[in-house]
Every structure is written in structure tokens, then in C-alpha cells.
Design a protein around this ligand. Structure first.
Ligand SMILES: [Zn+2]
Ligand SMILES: [Zn+2]
Length: 485
């Protein structure tokens, strides 16, 4: 028999659509950077209170982290929301031309305005279900700030916050509709600050000790390290302080920011120790000193097959909205501003699976369809995506699964002005409501059928048997990063 309460709960997403989409659009406009999302967090807290959730602010001592919960007892279902923007990506909405709204301003280049709103939609629907049925269960909306620059979910994981959940569900806006299987790589960010001695570069070069030389030697050392590290690892850097603009002053201070990644967080931690020794060597060679400072860190993601199957079942039942002629036309125009690589688009969507590739090639007309308004069949995958997310740290503490919904045209690069442009479009709005319904549908099934959670727990226990190596040092504080401009 059809579950009428579930249908009513999913319909509540449409009933609340004006509120949910207005939150999404306002957050798009606020476009606040990591840990500075004060207006965004306040808007969520107000909205959640108005909708009848109990709000707790300042989670884990992080000003813009918060939760909104409703209900009593088990199971406890968490929906994860992000809402930070990226610097330099200010862009007019629904425009197929690069047109910043504010010169040098920020923009939602990763669609986190949509992400948070979709999680809100899911929380609203599950709350409605709990109200209508009177069943035991708790739904918690988590406002997780600073995904781009700080990894607040990992900080909260250090405090064990996610262990109280029976399951965590989330989504990410993207170019396709699918259950996101596979893993993301672990990542550590550390800043290395070298200190030397300033001096007149011509008159007294022997008195100077160059911190910039130390940075250069460190980078060179890491360059040689790359040949001798696992092929699963990646190391990136940027010089964030070159020690000033005057070549005739020996640079007394210089800073380089390193990002060290590997498939497993335990491996990334080991690799970071080798990078530390290179910094030490560079300091010795230049007679300077160095100090390293933790910036952020995330663990790899642990996929959970039972939860992924459940999300897929709901995704299939709910179905995917079609793009209108107008939406396709806009998407086509926007695609004209991108480098479209059909093979790469299909590979990305298929996760490298040959059978899926054939299906996707057909459904997307060889990646020429401007919106991927179809659902990609689900396949459990162990593929490791070369990107990192702090959802990984959640997935070490509770069974976690994610979906992606097509909010932007096929081929849209992440962290791009094109993505910002789409963030207030009608397709993006459809994706928010779709994500909310699919996540809520799965959450409701978990409340209804305890056996589903048993399966999810068993898969989780097997996959996390080696334990969680939290990438966040015990004394580290979440602080805003990379906030220049
Ligand atoms: Zn991003
Ligand atoms: Zn993102």
C-alpha cells in the first residue's frame, strides 16, 4: 500500500518551495566566504525556528556552525548543509556572459546556496512525516560552514558530533542526476612560514638570510619528492607571501601553503611528515627558521552501499524534472563559453564504468544534450575521485551517502562563473526541490524500516574497521582561510 504520509511529506517540499528557494537565492546574494557566513547562518537559524525546529548555534565553538532539530528518539537522521561561497567569482545571475556584480566580489561557484536549501527541503519533509505519523525519530539539519576553506565538518568530527547520528545524507549540485558512489581523497593543508634576516641585497648580502630562498628550495625539494611518493598522492602549493616586492631587500619572511593529498588520511599524514623534513632541510640550507601551521584537513569518503541503494530507489520513484525549451536554450548559450570535452563529461558521469558509459552516451546524445535531465543508473563504485570534501570525516562516524542533482548545464566546470550564473536559475531551483525530496524519501524509509539501518550499520562497521585518523590536530582552531579579495 502506498505510504500516504510519505507522499504528504514529499509534497510539503513543494508547499514550502517559496521559502526554500528564497533562502537559496538570498544566500546566493550574500555570497559569504568560509567561516564568515554570518548573514547566511542567521537566515538559516531564523528560518528553521520559524519552521518549528530547535536551533543550536555556535556548534563546536564555530560561530557559523549550527543545527536545527525536530523530533524525539531514534533513529536520528542528519542532513548536511553547506553555504559558503568562493572569492573572485562574483557574477550576474542567469547571464551567459562573464559579468561580475561586484568587481573582485565573491560568488557561489560551488552551488552551496543550493546545497543548503536542498538539505532544508529534506529536513522540512521529514519533520512533516514525524508530525503526521507520531513515530519516534529525530531529524537534524546541520549548517556546516566553511566547506571550501576550513572543513568545519572535520572539526566537528574531532568532537565526535556525527557519532550520534544513525545516518547522514547530503547532496551536491552538479551536472548530472545520480547517486554519488566511490570515494574522495583525503587532504591536508599546512602553511610553512620561513623567517630570515632582511638586508641590503647589494651592500650587505652576506648579512641577509633569505626566507624566499627557503621557500624556493622547499618547493624544489617537494618537486623531487613527487617522483618517490605513491601514485595515489598529490601535492600542490601556492606562495602566499613572497616576502615583499623589492628585489634589493633580502626577504626576511616568506610563506608557502601546501596541500597534501592521498587516498587515505593515514597516508596523507605520513606524506606530510616527509614534506616537513623538506621544510627543515630548506631552513638549514638557507640558515632561516620555519614554523608550520595547520590550515585544514579532510579524510577520504567511505561509501555506504545500502544507503546508496536506498537513495537510488527514492530517486527512481520520484523521477527527474525535464528541462524546458527555454532552459535548454540558456544552457546551450552558456555552454558556448566553455571548453566542452564529450569524452571527459561521459567519463565523469560513468565513474569509468564501461556499461554505464554506453547508457550515458545514449541518454546524453554523446554529451551534446545541454542538461542531463535523466537519472544515471546506480552502481556501487570504489573509484576514488581526485577531489576532497569534509563529508569524508562524517562518513567515518556514521553511515553517510550522497546524491548529485543536475543544477547546471552538462560540462559546466566546478568553481566557475558559469556555475555562479546558474545558481539562481529555474533548473537550479528544480534541483534543490528534487534533492530535498530524494533525501527526505530515504530518511523516511530509514525511520519506517529499521532493517535498512541495520544493513547500513553493518556496511559502515566493515568499511571503518581501521578506525578514524582525524586530520585536525587537537589544538587547531577553525579560522577563516584564503580570504584575500
Ligand atoms: Zn567547491
Ligand atoms: Zn562544493
Amino acid at each position: 500500500m502506498a505510504n500516504i504520509h510519505k507522499s504528504a511529506a514529499l509534497a510539503a517540499v513543494d508547499a514550502h518551495a517559496p521559502t526554500i528557494l528564497s533562502v537559496s537565492d538570498q544566500i546566493w546574494e550574500f555570497a559569504e566566504l568560509s567561516l564568515l557566513e554570518r548573514k547566511s547562518a542567521a537566515l538559516y537559524a531564523d528560518t528553521l525556528r520559524r519552521l518549528g525546529f530547535e536551533v543550536e548555534e555556535g556548534l563546536g565553538g564555530i560561530e557559523t556552525a549550527f543545527s536545527g532539530s525536530f523530533g524525539k528518539g531514534k533513529p536520528v537522521i542528519g542532513f548536511l548543509a553547506e553555504f559558503d561561497a568562493l572569492s573572485g567569482l562574483s557574477q550576474e545571475g542567469c547571464s551567459a556572459e562573464r559579468r561580475p556584480l561586484v568587481e573582485g566580489g565573491h560568488g557561489h561557484g560551488c552551488g552551496h546556496n543550493l546545497l543548503g536549501a536542498g538539505a532544508l527541503a529534506a529536513a522540512v519533509a521529514v519533520k512533516r512525516y514525524l508530525e503526521d505519523t507520531g513515530k519516534p525519530g529525530t531529524v537534524i539539519f546541520y549548517g556546516c560552514p566553511g566547506e571550501e576553506g576550513v572543513a568545519s565538518k572535520a572539526f566537528l568530527a574531532r568532537d565526535g558530533v556525527w557519532r550520534k547520528l544513525d545516518a547522514a545524507l547530503t547532496w551536491h549540485p552538479g551536472t548530472a542526476n545520480q547517486v554519488a558512489s566511490g570515494s574522495c581523497i583525503a587532504s591536508l593543508q599546512y602553511e610553512y612560514r620561513f623567517t630570515g634576516t632582511a638586508s641590503h641585497a647589494a651592500a650587505a648580502p652576506h648579512m641577509g638570510r633569505s626566507a624566499l630562498d627557503a621557500v624556493e628550495l622547499m618547493n624544489l625539494g617537494v618537486q623531487f619528492l613527487r617522483e618517490h611518493m605513491p601514485s595515489t598522492a598529490r601535492i600542490h602549493y601556492s606562495i602566499t607571501d613572497a616576502g615583499g616586492d623589492s628585489p634589493n631587500v633580502v626577504q626576511p619572511g616568506a610563506t608557502v601553503l601546501y596541500m597534501i593529498r592521498d587516498h587515505k588520511v593515514s597516508e596523507a599524514i605520513r606524506l606530510k611528515e616527509r614534506v616537513d623534513r623538506i621544510a627543515q632541510g630548506a631552513a638549514l640550507m638557507t640558515d632561516t627558521r620555519y614554523a608550520s601551521q595547520f590550515v585544514d584537513g579532510t579524510a577520504e569518503t567511505i561509501p555506504n552501499e545500502p544507503l546508496e541503494k536506498l537513495l537510488y530507489k527514492n530517486f527512481s520513484e520520484i523521477g527527474v524534472p525535464q528541462a524546458t525549451e527555454e532552459e535548454l536554450e540558456f544552457a546551450q548559450k552558456l555552454r558556448g563559453t566553455m571548453d566542452i570535452n564529450p569524452a571527459a563529461i561521459i567519463d565523469e558521469m560513468s565513474g569509468g564504468d564501461d556499461a554505464l558509459e554506453d547508457i550515458i552516451r545514449e541518454k546524453s546524445d554523446g554529451a551534446s544534450r545541454a542538461y542531463n535531465d535523466f537519472l544515471i543508473p546506480y552502481k556501487f563504485s570504489k573509484r576514488v575521485h581526485m577531489g576532497s570534501t569534509d563529508v569524508g570525516d562524517v562518513s567515518f562516524q556514521t553511515p553517510t551517502a550522497q546524491i548529485r542533482c543536475a543544477a547546471v548545464p552538462s560540462g559546466t566546470p566546478g568553481h566557475s562563473w558559469q556555475e555562479v550564473s546558474c545558481g539562481v536559475s529555474s533548473m537550479a531551483h528544480k534541483a534543490v526541490l528534487l534533492a530535498g525530496k530524494v533525501l527526505a524519501g530515504a530518511g523516511i524509509d530509514l525511520i519506517d524500516e529499521p532493517g535498512l539501518l541495520d544493513d547500513a550499520r553493518a556496511a559502515f562497521a566493515g568499511a571503518t574497521r581501521d578506525g578514524y585518523h582525524c586530520p585536525i590536530p587537537a589544538d587547531a582552531q577553525a579560522r577563516p582561510q584564503n580570504l584575500k579579495g
